[in-house]
Design a protein around this ligand. Structure first.
Ligand SMILES: O=P(O)(O)OC[C@H]1O[C@H](OP(=O)(O)OP(=O)(O)O)[C@H](O)[C@@H]1O
Ligand SMILES: NC(=O)CC[C@H](N)C(=O)O
Ligand SMILES: [Mg+2]
Length: 510
């Protein structure tokens, strides 16, 4: 996952608004940040490794001028961690197109060959997003050859359609196009979220969608801070273009079949977001209700339910309510340390858990505790917490995961690329319990998780649950997963990287 945000305003420079909006999406990526603005004549760009607050300062508002712009927070799933792979990416023809991308492309190698050999393009990075941009540029150029250049919007929509027919995987995308405006599109399965919002710019509030300010964002939490109201989610397979006069143009590029990633509701998205009509918070509460049934059925003697903060709190509260077992805050989170699951490098992740969480001994001493976390991926977090609970004097330590066992790699934009690093990929629940050092281990049933999400929007027939069931909604080419397993991927290459905010940014990654 990454966070993407675009704003097209009629009257004001957008840098400060993009900065504020990106802060609301920071949880989606912490490795690099980038913003580009467009003045109507030139683009202004800044991107680097680091958090939004570290990469940008107030003085950037003097250089990053323009009423249209977009930003990206990156959590790498392809290519390298080099600052040159921070987004946005740019191609100067046709038109001049900047692109930001959330997701992961699964046929990059075939597409890399095509764009470099057949179309004689030179790629500057190993990023999948740069390939996506170059395919789009090729296809828009093809459309210009056929249609001429009188109607750039028609050419862009035609280019998006042809791109969707060639690119496989997950992609929610925003582009800035010189002389035309801002374009957004979402893959035909709508795997990653993307929504569009409007703000009245001319005081007429006529709701016609003309002459207004528009914004696109991964999650709608990024809208309110800038006074935007969500219009709707971008549909799977759809493209929307906001022209420089503030008009919205909609185009169903290819037929869509919405199968959003269910892990967004488990962990990735903020609880205050609504994705595809589903409240993340309410989904997590429902996950607690179903988990509670399993826990009650086990009949264990549990004194306290303790969430792993923050993401497991809504689930744990509901488990406590349904079972009648007291809810306690036994783990204190250091708010100055970032997310660990999305921090690259196994050694780094393990150290971070201890830095980030600390036990309140009186909640554990002599008690039987049930720890609840949203997910167990590699097992680092919960294993360390079990040790901490024991050190704090817990009698029995039970654990429950609000999601099912993560058994399969995610190829759609979450950094879980290889099976072997997932604690549940080969082991039985009993073996995992033993490895984690717990007295009992519960996992949510997949059917219950699907129920919890679907209850928020019964129109969604299917979710992408690939990391739980190995069913990849886009299909994968033969040997793709094996190639990920054997290639020297980001997460392996950078095992012992230092923590962001220390020496992370500059020397090691340049
Ligand atoms: O099994 P693991 O590989 O350790 O990954 C699972 C953990 O990672 C996430 O937390 P993280 O610490 O990244 O972020 P959070 O503080 O937002 O929960 C998630 O909430 C789990 O706690
Ligand atoms: N997590 C994401 O959405 C990553 C986007 C892109 N695949 C990258 O690695 O930069
Ligand atoms: Mg966590």
């Amino acid at each position: 996952m990454c966070g993407i945000l675009g704003i097209a305003s009629r009257n004001q420079d957008v840098f400060a608004e993009i900065y504020d909006g990106l802060l609301m999406l920071q949880h989606r990526g912490q490795d690099a940040s980038g913003i580009v603005t467009y003045t109507g004549e030139v683009f202004r760009e800044r991107k680097a490794n680091g958090l939004v607050k570290d990469v940008f300062s107030a003085s950037d508002s003097e250089t990053l001028t323009g009423k249209v712009g977009m930003g990206h927070v990156r959590y790498p799933t392809a290519g390298s961690l080099s600052a040159s792979e921070a987004q946005p990416f740019f191609v100067n023809a046709p038109y001049g197109i900047y692109l930001v991308h959330n997701g992961n492309i699964t046929n990059t190698e075939q597409q890399r060959e095509k764009v470099t050999a057949k179309y004689s393009r030179h790629l500057r990075t190993t990023s999948d997003s740069e390939i996506l941009l170059n395919v789009l540029a090729d296809k828009v150029a093809d459309a210009i050859k056929v249609n001429g250049n009188a109607d750039p919007i028609r050419n862009l929509f035609a280019g998006v359609k042809m791109t969707m027919e060639r690119i496989q995987g997950a992609y929610s995308v925003i582009c800035l196009i010189a002389g035309v405006g801002m374009l957004a599109f979402r893959d035909p399965h709508g795997i990653r979220p993307l929504s569009v919002a409007k703000r009245d710019a001319d005081g007429d509030s006529d709701g016609t969608g003309t002459g207004d300010d528009f914004a696109f964002a991964s999650e709608d939490v990024a809208f309110g801070i800038n006074g935007f109201k969500k219009l709707r989610d971008v549909k799977p397979g759809e493209a929307i273009l906001i022209d420089l006069d503030g008009n919205m143009h909609e185009f169903q590029a290819v037929e869509g079949n919405l199968t959003p990633c269910i892990f967004e509701y488990v962990y990735l998205a903020r609880p205050d977001s609504m994705l595809d009509g589903i409240s993340v918070y309410k989904t997590q509460m429902r996950m607690g209700q179903t988990l509670a049934k399993q826990i009650e059925a086990a009949g264990l003697d549990i004194d306290r339910i303790i969430p792993v903060p923050d993401s497991a709190r809504p689930v744990a509260l509901e488990v406590a309510k349904a079972t009648g077992i007291p809810y306690r805050e036994g783990l204190v989170k250091n708010r100055y340390v970032g997310r660990t699951f999305i921090m690259p490098g196994q050694a780094e992740r393990q150290k971070s858990v201890r830095r980030k969480l600390n036990a309140i001994p009186l909640e554990f001493d002599g008690h039987n505790v049930l720890l609840i976390d949203d997910s167990i991926v590699r097992g680092n977090t919960i294993k360390k917490i079990v040790q901490m609970c024991r050190e704090a004097g817990a009698k029995k330590v039970y654990i429950a995961s609000a999601s099912p066992p993560v058994k399969f790699p995610n190829v759609y934009g979450i950094d879980m690329p290889t099976k072997h690093e997932l604690i549940a990929s080969e082991q039985s629940i009993e073996e995992i319990r033993d490895e984690l050092g717990a007295d009992a281990l519960f996992y949510q049933d997949l059917d219950d998780l699907i129920w919890a999400a679907k209850e928020g929007n019964p129109d969604i027939d299917q979710f992408d649950c690939s990391c739980f069931d190995g069913n990849y909604v886009t299909g994968l080419s033969d040997g793709y997963l094996q190639s990920l397993e054997s290639s020297s991927r980001v997460s392996q290459k950078i095992k012992d990287m230092p923590v962001p905010g220390t020496s992370w940014n500059a020397a090691k990654l340049a």
